[in-house]
Design a protein around this ligand. Sequence first.
Ligand SMILES: NC(=O)c1ccc[n+]([C@@H]2O[C@H](COP(=O)([O-])OP(=O)(O)OC[C@H]3O[C@@H](n4cnc5c(N)ncnc54)[C@H](O)[C@@H]3O)[C@@H](O)[C@H]2O)c1
Length: 365
Amino acid sequence: MPETELRQNRLKVGIIGCGRISEKHLSVITDEHIAADLLAVADLDETKAREKSGKYNVPWYTNYEDMLAEHPDIDLIHVLTPTGYHARHVLDLSKYGKHIVVEKPMALRLEDADEMIRAQERQHRRLFIIKQNRFNQAVMKVRKAMDQGRFGKLVMGTVRVRWKRDQRYYDQAAWRGTFELDGGVMAQQATHHLDLLQWFMGPIASLQCRAATRLMNIEVEDTAAAVMQFTSGALGVFEATVATRPEDLEGSISILGENGSVVIGGTAVNKIEYWKFFDRRSEDDTIVKEFSEEVPNVYGNGHFLCIQNIVDAIRCNKKAMVEGPEGKKTVELLTALYESASMDGETKVPGEKITRSRLGRSRNV
Ligand SMILES: NC(=O)c1ccc[n+]([C@@H]2O[C@H](COP(=O)([O-])OP(=O)(O)OC[C@H]3O[C@@H](n4cnc5c(N)ncnc54)[C@H](O)[C@@H]3O)[C@@H](O)[C@H]2O)c1
């Protein structure tokens, strides 16, 4: 598309859900470097909707149907509601024929993910999933090394999520820590790292997982560990807990290949901690310094590039980093992890079905 036309076709955006993560989206959409304009915000909670409306000087709504009736020119809707409502909201919103961005994880059930993808396809509109960690400088650099074949045959990928969440975090909203609407540390916090693990290492063939609820008073797991085998034959090790004390310790991924090894660490996969290959290149000397970034919290800095990637994909009609089917891969993996944790056995990926009774049996309180 010619540059002048691109300059004109700025996207008009509506936000649904003005909770904790909304500030990340609002600050990006209203950034002067993003070719989008914020038209309105909606939240069931009037106080939250009013607050964002005041800060960003746009109309607020407590009912998103009213928002869309009054702003039929909205092109892109951001769904930032509790995870267990994503499917319901995307399916309902799809009738408006808009592009939709949904926060991670896109859904907690495979059948929901499928329906969400199909609903948007029927409308010839696109569905994007937020996976902001893919845009971390360190992560992009490792992905590039992988695309260049620098690792050779992959040996092992390891993910560690050692974060702190306390009971206050779970008690701040009724949906948190519930099986139906949230999921535990695997679905909610480690979903990012699981996405990276399969993005780097390829599809997972089978896994064995154990889950436990050690410190929190919630119905889902606060701690989990798994061993995986990728279809390539390489192995994966996964551990995640929000019961780390006294503070966030680590959000890391290590990739070991026959020709070299890399560790991305920090609390939000934001720092290259180790980078060494047999085929040493001059850039390798400065990589640890140049591709590590400071982050304000465990959400990291990736939302800017992630949302920019989505806006540009719509405006220029090109593929975005994570659209529905790519986002569904994490839901497949999560399904298998929960299934294995509840069955005390090995599970093929994708798993079949998560049920409350199965999850309940996986607890070890
Ligand atoms: N990418 C990340 O790193 C990251 C970080 C935190 C949260 N998230 C995801 O973002 C989503 C929201 O999380 P949060 O922490 O902001 O939750 P939150 O509880 O702080 O906010 C959710 C908001 O949605 C509103 N809401 C619910 N139903 C609604 C409806 N029908 N219409 C309008 N508003 C409605 C609620 O009133 C609430 O204000 C979750 O899926 C979560 O997994 C992603």
